[in-house]
Ligand binder design. Structure first.
Ligand code: GLU
Ligand code: MG
Length: 435
């Protein structure tokens, strides 16, 4: 018997899970046009394998078509190979399907370009934890880093082999927590890269005898695992559009309006960017995550942060300059999270909004009235409240195809129900096992 090489055609769905089907590698040419069969109700499989109410029932057929630009074929120490391709979900007629997350992102990016002439350049910064306690007292520590050097070098090599550009990797502050950063990408590429990075991190860990999880928080007594999305703009010729030395915090007019839209609509997009029940244990004050819809200038307590640029390279300031959305986590499909942020920014451009001044103080010390007077609000404190904010905004649901908000809500309600009987520690453990 000779093993038959297989390629796994994959989608990252609204649960933020990577699912799909495999075909023999020698069929690739045919599969690039014909894809593999896919079923509409799959969109309602939640992250615990429950199924939310589906308007599609047992009806309908779709195609999941692999994209050669997203092919990953990597080998690991010991000889194991993984081979997958992210793709698009289309109807049998070949039209984009309303719940294809890559398509939803493309539509948001097209809106941005229509409104402003800008292309989005973005990068996802990921935090994750290895299971088990790891070495104690090792925030940014060298010892804990060296303990995992074999895994970390394997991970970075694997990311490079998959076509990503590794930037840096570190032992983060939390117990057994690490952070991995790759170079930005234009358009959908950064979100594709984020999916690939999560998959390969879990795989590299497994092949090194470890287990990695991107769950938003493992222990409410400690810090969470954030996904920070860095955003900047370029015109058709590649010229940076994000920076203006005379703008507030260095923001160009475009960045300012985009940021203002993200801040205004943040409560209503949180259900898409921080979509798990335990995401809201992370999004609390003093965790350096995001608790208010505030702009921060280099402040890591802010949900939207104007990032530092180094004046040691003055010529590249306009290129380096970016803003960072911090209210996301890896329970969110990267494409969906980015689509929501981009639409919110576009809304800011359309409404000609201006961002409020950057905050420098501890907003948790302000009363709701004082917060409101400054134009801020505490972000939703539960997934239910975030879903209410999402489905309650006609503007926000209007950015997505007609059935999207209802389907998404049922999906998330089935997820909430699935773990409703668990205490907080049990909920964190359930998410640690799925992300
Ligand atoms: N762990 C923090 C979070 O949940 C972020 C810490 C940092 O600034 O890197 O977002
Ligand atoms: Mg970090």
């Amino acid at each position: 018997m000779k093993p038959m090489p297989l390629i796994f055609a994959a989608t990252c769905d609204i649960a933020g899970k990577v699912r799909g089907k495999a075909f023999p590698a020698d069929q690739l040419d045919r599969r690039l046009s014909r894809g593999v069969g896919w079923v509409p109700t799959n969109v309602q499989i939640n992250c615990f394998d429950g199924i939310g109410d589906s308007p599609f029932g047992s009806l309908g057929d779709l195609l999941l078509v692999p994209d050669p630009a997203c092919e990953v074929k990597v080998g690991f120490e010991g000889g194991a190979t993984e081979h997958f391709m992210l793709g698009d979900i289309v109807t049998l007629e070949g039209d984009p399907w309303a719940f294809c997350t890559r398509q939803l992102l493309r539509e948001a990016l097209a809106r941005l370009h229509r409104l402003s002439g800008a292309h989005l350049v973005s990068a996802f910064e990921h935090e994750f934890q290895l299971r088990g306690t790891g070495l104690p007292n090792e925030g940014f520590g060298r010892n804990a880093f060296e303990r995992q050097r074999v895994f970390l070098e394997s991970l970075m090599g694997t990311l490079k082999a998959a076509g990503l550009t590794p930037d840096s990797i570190m032992k983060e502050y939390g117990p057994n927590q690490f952070e991995v950063v790759v170079a930005p990408g234009t358009g959908v590429k950064s979100a594709d890269d984020a999916v690939i990075l999560r998959e390969l991190t879990r795989s590299a860990a497994q092949h090194a005898g470890e287990a990695a999880t991107f769950a938003p928080i493992l222990d409410t007594a400690s810090v969470g695992n954030g996904v920070h999305i860095h955003l900047s703009f370029r015109d058709d010729t590649g010229t940076p559009l994000t920076y203006d030395e005379n703008g507030a915090c260095g923001m160009s007019g475009l960045t300012d309006a985009f940021a203002a839209g993200v801040l205004k609509y943040m409560p209503a997009i949180l259900a898409l960017t921080a979509p798990s029940v335990v995401s809201y244990e992370r999004l609390t004050p003093h965790r350096w995550s995001a608790a208010y819809n505030n702009l921060g200038f280099r402040d890591r307590e802010a949900s939207l942060r104007v990032c530092p640029v180094t004046s040691r390279e003055p010529a590249s300031v306009a290129k380096q300059f970016n803003i960072e959305y911090r209210a996301a986590d890896a329970a969110a499909c990267p494409h969906l999270a980015l689509a929501a942020v981009v639409h919110a920014g576009c809304q800011g451009i359309e409404e000609e909004l201006r961002a409020p001044p950057a905050t420098e103080d501890d907003l948790s010390l302000l009363s709701p009235g004082e917060l409101a007077a400054r134009g801020f609000t505490r972000l939703p404190e539960t997934l239910e409240a975030a879903l209410d904010a999402f489905t309650g905004s006609d503007t926000v649901t209007g950015w997505f195809p007609e059935q999207f908000a209802d389907v998404y809500r049922s999906h998330k309600e089935s997820e909430i129900a699935h773990i409703a009987d668990l205490d907080t520690a049990g909920k964190c453990a359930a998410y640690a096992d799925t992300y």
